[in-house]
Structure formats: C-alpha cells, structure tokens
Design a protein around this ligand. Structure first.
Ligand SMILES: Nc1ncnc2c1ncn2[C@@H]1O[C@H](COP(=O)(O)OP(=O)(O)O)[C@@H](O)[C@H]1O
Ligand SMILES: [Mg+2]
Length: 254
C-alpha cells in the first residue's frame, strides 16, 4: 500500500502564494503525471511528498499516517540531472541506495548482507541496461545512461513511492523513448506509486494512469503572488468511459 492523501494544502513563500487549497487522493500503485506551466509549484509539490518541504497549512498522509518530515527509504526520487554520486561507480551508486535503505545510520553493509546487496544491485544494473558499465564512473556515461543509473539508485531503496521531477527532460527523443520502455514495465512489476512531473504532454499520457494539471485560475496583475495554483484538470486514464485525449475520443481498455 502507498496511497497519498492531500487535504487543504496551501504553500506560501513570504507573501507569494504558490499552491492554494490543494485536495488530492492518489491511489496506491497509480502512475500520476503532473503537468503545468513553469513556476506553478510542481516541484514544490514533489518536495512535500518527499518530505523536504512542508505545507504552510493543511496535511498530507501516506497510507493514513502523517508524512514524515524528512526523506526516507520509502520514497525515492529522480531529478532532471545530477542526482548520482560522481565519486562512486555504477555499482557503488546503486549499492549506496541499498545501504541507505537497510542501514540509514551507518550507510554501510558488511559480510553476507553486503554480498546479498551486491547481487541485488547487479540485477538492477542489468535491468536498467547498464550491465556492461558496472565499474564506470558517471563522468564516463552519457546523459541517458546517468538517468538509468539514477533510476536504479532510487529503485534500490525499494521505495513505496517513486517521485520523478522531469527525469527525461534533458534527454534526446530517442533516449527518452528508451527510458519510457524501461520505466513502464518496471513500474508495473514493482507495484510502486509513481508521481512524475513532465513538460511533455505525450509523455504524461503515455506513461500515466492519471494526468493532473496544475495552474493558476486567477491572476492579479498588481500582485503576481496573490493567487496560487490549483488543479485545473484531473483525467483518470483507466476508467471505463470515453476520455478526451488530445482531441481524440479514446475508449479505455475493458
Ligand atoms: N524555497 C523557496 N523559497 C522561495 N520561493 C520558492 C521556494 N521554492 C519554490 N519557490 C517559488 O515557488 C514557485 C514554484 O516553484 P516550483 O515548485 O519550482 O515550480 P515548477 O516546478 O512548477 O516550475 C516559484 O515561483 C518559485 O520561485
Ligand atoms: Mg520544477
């Protein structure tokens, strides 16, 4: 289980309102794509789910319990770039994910536990297509390979919730398509709840089971920070009714 519930959440930075009165229920195991204009609070929302930021008002729960105030092994995250450790090899980076999950205080595993973690890390490295690059450092990997590594590192924590903040935004279209082909079956197999912010509408609809748009519905030209973003569209792509998708009437699978 990994259902997320957001109740009456407001986010303000000084006199700037970023998010106003957000209410949202995210079902366990769903893949939610979040779209919206730049600066409307998408990353802020992800950081709140991660436990890095807190709402100014309102509450958020994970499986009915208040979200812990700090990032934990139950929530993994992949940013647009630079989330891998440059001083560790591919294996070292993925292993660090296991070490963080199993030994958060020491950050190290020893003996049989370490051997088991290495075996699992190697499996994951193969699963993301980096089998031939196990001992390389990130500087020797392309952008797409570094993002595969970042995903493997996040998955090593065996998170209940995977948060992706424009993870493929810096990749060329071919590599991006490869990442989609990688991510969708991994998500289906591991049964995590995924929240992915993206600028790319096609990506949002291809990967998501639900697409949510954030935007401001009111503007005050004299005070740009006076109103925050709300949810302006919320499309469930799994329900068994006609859903308008980019101008087409698409019938969801029976
Ligand atoms: N720590 C912070 N302090 C002050 N303002 C912030 C902070 N974090 C985000 N903001 C502001 O909140 C707004 C939303 O930012 P962000 O969540 O990064 O938007 P998005 O990811 O949708 O582009 C922006 O105007 C940004 O400047
Ligand atoms: Mg952002």
């Amino acid at each position: 289980m990994s259902a997320i519930s957001v109740r009456d959440v407001w986010v303000e930075f000084g006199d700037q309102i970023v998010i106003e009165n957000l209410n949202l229920d995210i079902a366990s195991g769903s893949f939610v794509s979040v779209v919206g204009p730049s600066g409307c609070g998408k990353s802020t929302f992800l950081r709140m789910v991660l436990g890095q930021d807190r709402p100014t008002r309102g509450s958020m729960t994970l499986d009915g319990k208040p979200l812990p105030d700090e990032p934990g092994a139950d929530r993994g995250v992949v940013f647009q770039r630079y989330s891998v450790f440059p001083h560790l090899t591919v294996l070292g980076n993925v292993l660090s994910g296991y070490e963080f999950a199993q030994s958060p205080l020491l950050g190290k595993l020893f003996g049989a536990k370490r051997r088991a973690a290495i075996e699992k890390a190697e499996e994951l490295i193969v699963a993301v297509g980096l089998g031939a690059h196990r001992d390389k450092y990130p500087s020797a990997l392309s952008g797409g390979m570094q993002q595969r590594l970042a995903i493997a590192q996040a998955l090593a924590k065996d998170p209940k919730v995977l948060l992706l903040d424009e993870p493929f935004g810096a990749l060329d279209p071919g590599t991006r398509a490869q990442m989609h082909a990688l991510l969708k079956p991994l998500w289906a197999r591991l049964g995590m709840t995924v929240i992915m912010v993206t600028h790319d509408l096609k990506e949002a609809f291809t990967l998501g089971t639900r697409v949510i748009a954030f935007d401001k519905t009111r503007h005050d030209p004299q005070a740009p920070g006076r109103f925050g973003a709300r949810i302006t569209y919320d499309l469930d792509l799994t329900r068994d009714v006609a859903v308008p998708v980019l101008g087409f009437e698409k019938r969801a699978a029976e």
